[in-house]
Structures are given as C-alpha cells and as structure tokens.
Ligand binder design. Structure first.
Ligand code: CUA
Length: 174
C-alpha cells in the first residue's frame, strides 16, 4: 500500500470513528443538526411564538392514541413543573432549553434526554406502569443545578381521556 492510499484509509477511519463518538457523547454538531432538518428553535422567542408557547406545553393526545409532551428546561426547573401521562402509551417528547445545556431524566427509569438551547430534542418514551417519578436534571447547568427537579405522574391508561385538557397538560391543575 502506498502512502497516498494509507493517508486516505486513515482519514476515512478517523471520520468513521468521530461520527459515532459525537452521537455517543451527545456532542452538539451544527452540521448534523442542519442535516437532520427542522430541529432548530430560537431560545429568545420560545415564549412568544412557535410550538413552545405556554398554552402548548404539557401533554396532548394524538389521533393515533399516542401522546406528545412539550417541555422547556430552564435554570432551574422544567416547565411544566408537573406533567401527567397515561401508562403504556408511546410518548413523543419534544423539549428545548431556554438557556444552558440540561439533561432530563426520570428517577428510577433509563430515560435520559440531553436538552440544548436553540434545538428541539426529541425522544420516544414509554412508562408501562402508573406511578410518580422525580424529573431530575443530570447535566451541571449552574448554581441551582442540584435543585433542578420537577415531577411526572403516570396515570392508568383508561383514566387519562377522562381528564380535562388543563389537567392533562399540567398535573398541578388537579
Ligand atoms: Cu439543569 Cu442541571
């Protein structure tokens, strides 16, 4: 093998190693974000327009039986502060940050979602049993990081449709 071929080979190996590494460590790569499409959102106008305006946050039922949850992570809480979900139903989570990098986790589960400013993080979650979970930030995000926690209530699947829309969106309204 001559030097030119060897250099091309090594460059290819390097690139092939770097791409999975950025995914594994959840490093924000603007090029990949661009290629993935419409996950950009402007942190400065979250509260003014678009899907993260206040009355659009929380849990919404979809026609196919799944639910969509929209949340904002900000120093130092998750909004809505208390969310409510049906058990055994696919949850499409859409979350963004209003400031720093956060990580949304649900204590006692494997779910972990990295949350970046100006980006919509998407995840599919499933909570098979009713219960209450602490929603905890696992990425150091500033002085109040250790107090950044909210709540998730998972209710039996058949109870969920009977709830009023404002109760579905935010269990603090119950
Ligand atoms: Cu948000 Cu730590």
């Amino acid at each position: 093998m001559n030097w030119r071929k060897l250099r091309i080979f090594l460059a290819t190996v390097l690139v092939l190693c770097v791409i999975p590494a950025t995914r594994y460590y959840q490093i924000d790569v603007p090029v990949l974000r661009y290629l993935r499409g419409s996950s950009h959102v402007d942190r400065l106008s979250l509260h003014l327009s678009g899907e993260f305006v206040e009355n659009n946050l929380g849990t919404q039922q979809n026609a196919d039986g799944s639910v969509t949850v929209r949340m904002i992570a900000q120093q130092y809480l998750f909004v809505p502060h208390c969310i409510l979900l049906p058990a055994g139903v696919t949850v499409h989570l859409r979350i963004t940050s209003a400031d720093a990098v956060h990580s949304l986790t649900f204590e006692g589960t494997e779910h972990a979602v990295k949350v970046l400013p100006d980006t919509i993080s998407r995840a599919e979650l499933l909570f098979s049993r009713p219960g209450q979970y602490k929603t905890v930030c696992r990425e150091f995000c500033g002085a109040g990081h250790y107090a950044m926690r909210s709540e998730l209530k998972v209710v039996p699947r058949d109870q969920f449709p009977a709830l009023r829309p404002e109760e579905r969106g935010n269990c603090a309204a119950q």
